[in-house]
Write a protein that binds this ligand. Sequence first.
Ligand code: ATP
Length: 660
Amino acid sequence: MTAEQELVSERDYLDYAHVCLRQSRKQLRELAERARKRPGDELMVEWLEWRADQLRDANESPLFFGRIDGPEPKPCYIGRRYVSDERDEPVVIDWRTDMASRFYRASPSNRMEVTRRRRFGFDGVVLTSFDDEPLTEETADTGLSRLVIAEIERAHYGPMRDIVATIQPDQDEIVRTELASTLIVQGGPGTGKTAVGLHRAAYLLYEHSRLRREGVLVVGPNDTFVRYISRVLPTLGESQVVHSSVDGLVADRGKPVVEEPEVATLKGDARMAEVLRRAVWSGLRLPTEDILVRETSPYVRIPPYVVAELCSDLIDRQVPLARAREHLLERAVSHVRRNLEERGHALTDGEARRLLRAKSLRDLVSTVWPTVTPAQVLFTLLTDADALHRAADGVLTDEEQKALLWPTVPASAGRAKWSPADRFLIDEIAGLMTPPDRYGHVVIDEAQDLSPIQLRAIMRRCAGSATLLGDMAQRTTPWAAGSWAAVAEHLGVATDLVRLTTSFRVPREIIEVANALLPAIADDLPPTVSGRHVPGALATVECEDVLAELVDVLRAAEQHPDSVGIVLDDARFTTVAKHLAKAGVQTGLPHEDGADHKVSLVPVGLAKGLEFDHVVVLEPAEIAAAGATGLRLLYIALTRAISRLTVLHSRPLPQLLASR
Ligand SMILES: Nc1ncnc2c1ncn2[C@@H]1O[C@H](COP(=O)(O)OP(=O)(O)OP(=O)(O)O)[C@@H](O)[C@H]1O
């Protein structure tokens, strides 16, 4: 067959797959209709409808993207979902099956019985080309395939796309790691950490149906980022996964106040968990006199030593407060019941149940554990030096305790203004009272930036394993745990550290410049390599008027379909936005609700995790001004580009860049 005839034959197969998909969907719908008529089959109906929904032929993405020949006699087509014919024979297999893993992992040195890998090129959903990689003894391991490179360099607009067609072997290994493992994935910019984390979530949901009940949570650094990544899982057919920013996990407490980084860092320190634990449990007050239960006839007296006995294991096990209160009430009722029985007055179950509402017993519980809100507990600590000292003695130094106290005391907890770090402390306290709902697996992106207290807040919501993604060289918060070993310690579960080393986003010409910053920002990390070579990808322009030059660069960029991101120091944002508006250049913040701009204006503080075809970094010296954090921000700014990076500056470049 000629290549052209083969293309026609592949297109016919694609049409056939569409027919099969529609047929299967119709069948599932009919089965659901029939099951609906049978009482008691609600679960079956729900499942059939869910399956039918999965087979929607919305023409959003091609039904298959690859094919392997061997070991089966028939070629095997790989797509985002399973399609079968009327005899239930597979037409397209799901990328998450074991069989499909050969598509990702087979190589000339480890062929896994695959003789040929074929990747398909599409224009929208129209099959336009294919690229064959023969896997025979004679072929050598080469770099990225032409179609993989074309996929990476396809103009980027709007939200992040899935990489299911082009997952690389080392990424695939991470995606398919067993559910029980908690992984920390360290990788340089653009090595695919976010993509891998999201595909891992989709894989785990496919492999472990219980995760659909337990839920999967994806946590990102901010709302912009969460909007950017939130389409990936739905395109992979997984629309139930919950996405949240870190701040979005904890209760909103109004407009946050800004506080000194040293105080915020202290509030994010793991030792604060012990201070809060002590504060919560120090609210316990055992009665000093008998409790008289008047709701029974005869009355019952509960002496203090009995209350202490009823509480003792609850205290020892530090049972979450809300549950401890319930247990104490139930135990007090049982005690009263036994006492009455011993005196010849048996209670009916109804009477015992009514006792659960008895005022004297409810008062007893409130005496032992007064009801306070989590915010009230923190308010007391931050406003009452004695209370703080009692909780923090031996845990925090005197200076640290002093630093935590508010200089002016609001009238009440209700009137207090809380900082972002306070919100996590309140959440920690709330967790000691009523643990939050938990998910079966949690994916945490940009995990390098989280404080121990933030890590605890996320892990409190995790009932199973987690996947943490990050790059220590991109650490920009003062409260970050500081190393993956420290992060692992705060997670409280065993972890495996795995690495990704090849950048798919950033061409070699750019990553080599960014790598020059590594000795100053993360000297223990190896330089990132790039799978792509793009001659002329980097242009450094020194000029007197950077804003005039910027307008020229943007005018020239109008000729290309590429997305453009202007990354600049946060403090510059307003001036540049005004200047560009005056010059008639339309810009917007990246991934604003519903809007995908050609030109995004990106304060560097928001740039983490994002990418654009063409990036303009404005005045690197301004971005790098804030010491090591500044250099890390610059490293982030320089590594957002997929195809081109223009560095515009009037001030001298930071030394590490100038020497390149
Ligand atoms: N195997 C792949 N095939 C095609 N594109 C890929 C592959 N892996 C990653 N990419 C692309 O590379 C870009 C960077 O990926 P991603 O954002 O996941 O990297 P990252 O390591 O999280 O980067 P950062 O550290 O900057 O946040 C994305 O456009 C992603 O789709």
